[in-house]
Design a binder for this molecule. Structure first.
Ligand SMILES: Cc1cc2nc3c(=O)[nH]c(=O)nc-3n(C[C@H](O)[C@H](O)[C@H](O)COP(=O)(O)OP(=O)(O)OC[C@H]3O[C@@H](n4cnc5c(N)ncnc54)[C@H](O)[C@@H]3O)c2cc1C
Ligand SMILES: NC(=O)c1ccc[n+]([C@@H]2O[C@H](COP(=O)([O-])OP(=O)(O)OC[C@H]3O[C@@H](n4cnc5c(N)ncnc54)[C@H](O)[C@@H]3O)[C@@H](O)[C@H]2O)c1
Length: 479
């Protein structure tokens, strides 16, 4: 990308960071002015496409395709034990498709010529940025610098044994024994995928709740299912020590001491705000070094500066980063600030079964104001047919009105049910409204309907003339 020649101009907008948030902001800014630049440090192509959502899902798809062989015998398909995984080819395919996805994101900036600048930006004040030793000025600045994986300084593990998702997808081969440290969304997704690809995975997490779950019942189900595939040790920080004489890394907790060939750090991500010059803005910074940001406008305090995407650590998810870039991009070229209503919360972990949290999570709800419905998928008809009959879903509704408030899920097709539920929660639908909707047969969503019926039984009865009152058969074949 070109170097800057906008030194003496007062630009309308400088966008710092060309990830999903920055590109989303760029789209809105470009519709309204030509007086802008976008600056990006390091490779262009976004975290999502290059080292995040997309390559991780590519790896998961390969792992799940191979894992399907464990069900073949029951289906009557013989010879599964002859199937072999070619890790080098798996990783090559991940990179090939990943490169395609990256290329598709570059179109937006390649057409910009000198307005797309490669370099590291640092704020000098609320209207000035230093880029490649040149001062650029703008009426508004959008910061969308993303985040990076946290790796504890005390680990002292050399790069060839220490992986993060920044480096995992570049590997030609995978370690034989791997410790995945951290069992949030990234740790859970990668631990299961790598275990399914034949890596001897052991997972460690300081939090007893995994994959972003807050409902202990769903967490227990998720833990039970995942621990059938690889051991998980939770509730303690793991100590990570290089043992050069033993040619391994040792992972220790109070109850475990194991040797591994490599470590995947999945301990969370920190916003890319260090040395960014946020202190020059003259606003108070919190203990993480973050300034106050209005989530409806993305504005920092009352400054002409906006903070969007993972960089603000508010909702570090792709669709939220895109929304925040959109909001910041619009507001940066607007006379009057527009306040946006944010979307219904939705988080999905692409484990098998999927883990999802939608609407209000269990932890945030007052137990006295809600009723809870639940369903196990062990006996669900369609799930049994597909040999994916495991998992559980819990639904939370307002006790008087039956308005659906949230759900936590570890269930087959959880990603799709979470979307249906997000739609319902966004529209303030009640359990009765949902049970009045059509459910086809035989589908996994009938499991969701069983959960809704379980919830409806704890709410005031609906009118007999309402089809929402239509009851279950209590037969696996029909529900
Ligand atoms: C392994 C993994 C899997 C994920 N899976 C999912 C998923 O399935 N679903 C989902 O919703 N989310 C997922 N996420 C999260 C999602 O990828 C992020 O929320 C999203 O990519 C953040 O976009 P962003 O624009 O804020 O940051 P980025 O895309 O990281 O963009 C920030 C850019 O700013 C640049 N930059 C940083 N500092 C400077 C500076 N000083 N000057 C100039 N440029 C700078 C960076 O180099 C980078 O190019 C995943 C993340 C990871 C790591
Ligand atoms: N499918 C998805 O939607 C998806 C997938 C991946 C990532 N993401 C996003 O990326 C963000 C980062 O994900 P993440 O999983 O890296 O972070 P996270 O913060 O959600 O989870 C990190 C986990 O590591 C644990 N941990 C921290 N230090 C530890 C230590 N020393 N020893 C053991 N455990 C330790 C924490 O208790 C926590 O459970 C998430 O907030 C999520 O929004 C989303």
């Amino acid at each position: 990308m070109a170097n800057s020649n906008f030194v003496n101009e007062m630009l309308d907008v400088i966008i710092i960071g060309a990830g999903s948030a920055g590109l989303s902001a760029l789209r809105e800014v470009r519709k309204r002015t030509e007086q802008f630049v976008i600056v990006n440090d390091g490779p262009w192509g976004t975290t999502c496409a290059r080292i995040g959502c997309m390559p991780s899902k590519l790896l998961i798809e390969a792992a799940n395709a191979f894992h399907r062989r464990t069900t073949f015998d029951t289906f009557g398909i013989r010879g599964a034990d002859q199937l072999r995984i070619d890790i080098a080819r798996v990783m090559q395919r991940v990179r090939e498709l990943r490169n395609d996805f990256v290329a598709s994101t570059l179109n937006a900036t390649e057409v910009l010529g000198p307005r797309a600048i490669s370099g590291r930006a640092r704020l000098l004040n609320a209207n000035q940025v230093l880029i490649n030793d040149k001062k650029l000025s703008a009426k508004n600045i959008i910061i969308a610098t993303g985040s990076h994986p946290i790796v504890p300084a005390e680990w002292h593990v050399p790069g060839n044994r220490l992986l993060t998702t920044d480096t995992l997808f570049e590997q030609e081969n995978l370690p034989t024994r791997l410790a995945v440290i951290g069992t949030g969304p990234i740790g859970v997704e990668m631990a299961q995928a790598l275990a399914r690809l034949g890596v001897k995975v052991t997972a460690f997490g300081s939090n007893k709740l995994i994959g972003g779950l807050t409902d202990p019942h769903i967490n227990e189900v998720a833990l039970d299912l995942l621990s059938q595939e690889f051991p998980l040790y939770l509730g303690e920080r793991a100590e990570v020590v290089l043992e050069p004489e033993e040619n391994c890394v040792r992972i220790r907790t109070s109850g475990v001491d194991i040797a591994v060939d490599g470590v995947l750090a999945a301990l969370g991500r920190r916003p890319n705000i260090d040395n960014l010059g946020l202190e020059t803005l003259g606003v108070s910074l919190d203990e993480q070094g973050l300034p106050p940001v209005n989530p409806t406008t993305m504005q920092i305090a009352d400054l002409p500066v906006f903070l969007a995407g993972d960089a603000n650590n508010y909702l570090p998810l792709l669709h939220e980063a895109a929304d925040e870039g959109h909001i910041a991009g619009l507001n940066a070229v607007q006379e009057e600030m527009i306040c946006f209503k944010r979307r219904t919360p939705l988080g999905i972990v692409f484990s098998d079964p999927n883990i999802a949290v939608v609407g209000n999570d269990f932890r945030s709800l007052d137990r006295n104001d809600i009723v809870i419905g639940e369903v196990h998928f062990d006996h669900q008809g369609r799930a049994r047919a597909a040999q994916c009959n495991k998992g559980m879903l819990r639904l939370y509704a307002k006790s008087g009105s039956g308005e659906l408030l949230g759900a936590e899920i570890c269930a087959p097709a959880g990603e799709h049910m979470a979307h249906l539920l997000a739609l319902a929660i966004d529209q303030s639908l009640t359990v009765g409204d949902l049970l009045g909707m059509p459910f086809y047969h035989p589908v996994l969503e009938e499991g969701l309907r069983t959960g809704l019926r379980n919830l409806a039984a704890k709410l005031p009865a609906v009118s007999e003339s309402d089809l929402a009152s239509c009851d279950a058969f209590n037969a696996a074949a029909l529900d």
